[in-house]
Design a protein. Structure first.
Ligand code: SF4
Ligand code: SF4
Length: 282
């Protein structure tokens, strides 16, 4: 049986819960280490090391450097490992002020100046984006499926009907209005970015009536491009399908509830790092 471990850095444990939901691995893989469900101090030598969470503290950095030496293959899993995710929001000034106040942070690990994705520190063999990735995607990386079929975009997996004559004039909020189950959410005035988000999740959000917020990150068409190219593409989709002013779309794309995922569409320019190669992204 193949041996694998899951190293959790700063994140929310959502990826681990998604992996536990993918119960097909249980008969074929030995899970050697995952702090969410088992107590062990050290990661043993393993064939596959899945890493979730970003590098937020010195403890994260220490654990990461020690763990990657023990694995044949290193896989970055989820938004936090790939772009910083939830913990990245801690780079905001208000959060910094609380955490960097020494009196308030007794017993906390030393916080690094910024939260970083793991490939700023170690080599990564594969990237599995998602927040969290679905159980099927976890199985795909564990089983190294060479024939895995993933659509280029969430939009292709979604397939909701696009209507020429249904052109909203303003955006609806995420939780507003009654959602029609067979019509594209953009036609209904929701900010769905499935047109530029990589497929693989089987459009679980949009088919349940929730707009795609891009947790799988950019599709291959955008992964190596500047974030402005992506911004323009979303604007084009909305001007083609709706009468919503571009300024309204622009403002909504910069809203806090999307920022966690949209880092993935914009992170390279900020950290001065070369784009991760699309061949390595599941
Ligand atoms: S709801 Fe979103 S993902 Fe589905 S067809 Fe419309 S734009 Fe594409
Ligand atoms: S539909 Fe979008 S937000 Fe939902 S799981 Fe898929 S990529 Fe993530």
């Amino acid at each position: 049986m193949k041996r694998f471990a899951v190293l959790q850095l700063s994140g929310c444990s959502g990826c681990e819960v998604a992996l536990l939901n993918a119960e097909q691995w249980i008969d074929n893989y030995d899970l050697e280490y995952m702090t969410l469900v088992m107590s062990a101090y050290e990661i043993p030598e393993v064939e596959i090391l899945l890493i979730s969470g970003g590098i937020r503290s010195e403890v994260d950095l220490y654990k990461l450097r020690r763990a990657v030496c023990k694995a044949d293959q290193v896989i970055a899993v989820g938004t936090c490992a790939i772009s910083g995710g939830v913990a990245n929001l801690g780079d905001r000034q208000a959060v910094n002020e609380i955490f960097l106040n020494e009196a308030d942070r007794l017993h906390l690990p030393d916080i690094l100046p910024t939260c970083r994705p793991i490939d700023t520190e170690v080599d990564v063999d594969l990237y599995l984006p998602g927040c969290p990735p679905t159980p099927d995607l976890f199985m795909a990386v564990l089983e190294e499926k060479p024939d895995l079929k993933i659509a280029r975009t969430v939009c292709q997996e979604c397939g909701l009907k696009k209507e020429r004559d249904m052109r909203p004039k303003h955006l609806l909020g995420f939780q507003q209005g009654e959602v029609l189950s067979d019509i594209c959410l953009v036609n209904q005035g929701y900010l769905c970015i499935g047109t530029s988000t990589r497929g693989g999740c089987q459009a679980i959000c949009t088919l349940a009536g929730n707009p795609c917020v891009g947790c799988r990150g950019p599709s291959d068409a955008f992964i190596e491009k500047d974030s402005q190219v992506w911004f323009k593409s979303i604007q084009r989709v909305f001007s083609h399908m709706t009468d919503i002013p571009g300024t309204e779309i622009d403002q909504a794309l910069r809203s806090p509830q999307l920022s966690m995922f949209l880092f993935q569409f914009a992170d390279y320019a900020d950290i001065g790092q070369a784009p991760r190669p699309k061949e390595k992204v599941i």
